[in-house]
Write a new protein. Structure first.
Length: 322
């Protein structure tokens, strides 16, 4: 394992209305951090100017956006600057004080060991801290986590909206910056893009910390758009991984499974409707002709899903990987 104090670690902090907490967040960053990049995303409170005027930490650099780009756009600006500055690992920390900077060493450890390309926090790993998390957030995260597993293909990670992340420079350089979502879907879209690169992602347990801040992410406002984007990403991932990058037994199981299931359902509905209209009971052969494709199709789709859950990237892009 490389020495964390000898590694060029840049921390990216996207800010929008974080004037009350941003200085405390910066002060809490330890000596292992080489550079701190604060991105003022056209903040109405002028967080960037506030940091410039009140923070004397020589590690701090402030970027100010003229137009609000969203948390994803602000983070990508920080990523680009960190890459230009020669960072080896880029850590994203929110400016609201919910994240414990003392966990940065735990977050970057898998990247330094060469066993992962991207590490993210997981507030659900330890149950003790969940009592502080609002119930609506718990439910929302459960739904979003499952949807993210389907769309990203990382069935081994949870809490996709967690913004406490670290990425190795070898993976960061390959990111399609212009394609990553600029809004609240940013973290989930990052996982999808990483899977397309076959990067290795790992969860790091972290406590859930909440103060008097109000989350900008409202589940009821984003559920429709998130569902649509997860669906699109899932289709893209499956098509690319199983029909463009490779074509094997799992691909055949997916196609035949869908066709058989569709035929069985359509034929079954047609036969049931005809029987109801004529009053003539369906024959045993008709029932079997409808049921058998449904059973076979379902089994094939289950087999595909089983293969997909095991097809999680396992060889890091990280050049330190053994």
């Amino acid at each position: 394992m490389s020495d964390i104090n000898e590694t060029n670690i840049a921390v990216v902090i996207p800010c929008f209305r974080e004037t009350r907490r941003i200085l405390d967040v910066i002060k809490s960053l330890g000596a292992e951090v080489s550079r701190i990049i604060v991105i003022d995303d056209a903040c109405p409170e002028n967080t960037g100017e506030y940091v410039k005027n009140n923070c004397k930490d020589p590690r701090v650099e402030v970027l100010i956006h003229d137009v609000n780009t969203g948390v994803g756009g602000a983070t990508m600006s920080g990523y680009r600057r960190a890459i230009e500055a020669g960072a080896e690992i880029i850590v994203k920390v929110d400016g609201d004080g919910q994240m414990d900077p003392s966990l940065i060493s735990d977050l970057v450890a898998p990247l330094l060991d060469g066993v992962a390309d991207y590490a993210k926090g997981n507030r659900f790993y330890n149950l003790d801290g969940l009592s502080d998390m609002p119930r609506v957030r718990i439910f929302g995260n459960l739904v979003l986590s499952f949807a993210s597993k389907v769309s990203s293909g990382y069935w081994n990670v949870f809490d996709p909206t967690n913004g406490f992340t670290a990425i190795h420079i070898d993976a960061a350089r390959r990111l399609p910056f212009d394609k990553i979502d600029n809004g609240f879907f940013f973290e989930s879209d990052m996982l999808f893009r990483l899977n397309m690169m076959r990067g290795v992602v790992i969860d790091i347990p972290m406590p859930a910390r909440y103060g008097d801040e109000e989350s900008s992410l409202k589940i009821h406002n984003v559920i429709v758009s998130f569902a649509a984007r997860h669906y699109v990403n899932a289709v893209k991932r499956i098509f690319y991984n199983y029909f463009i990058r490779d074509f094997g037994i799992a691909s055949i199981e997916l196609v035949l499974g869908k066709l058989l299931l569709l035929f069985g359902v359509v034929y079954g509905i047609y036969s049931w409707t005809e029987s109801a209209e004529t009053g003539i009971p369906a024959t045993a052969g008709t029932v079997i002709l409808a049921a058998l494709p449904i059973i076979l199709g379902s089994q094939m789709l289950i087999a595909f899903l089983n293969f997909d859950t095991k097809n999680v990237p396992s060889k890091p892009l990280n050049h330190r990987a053994p």
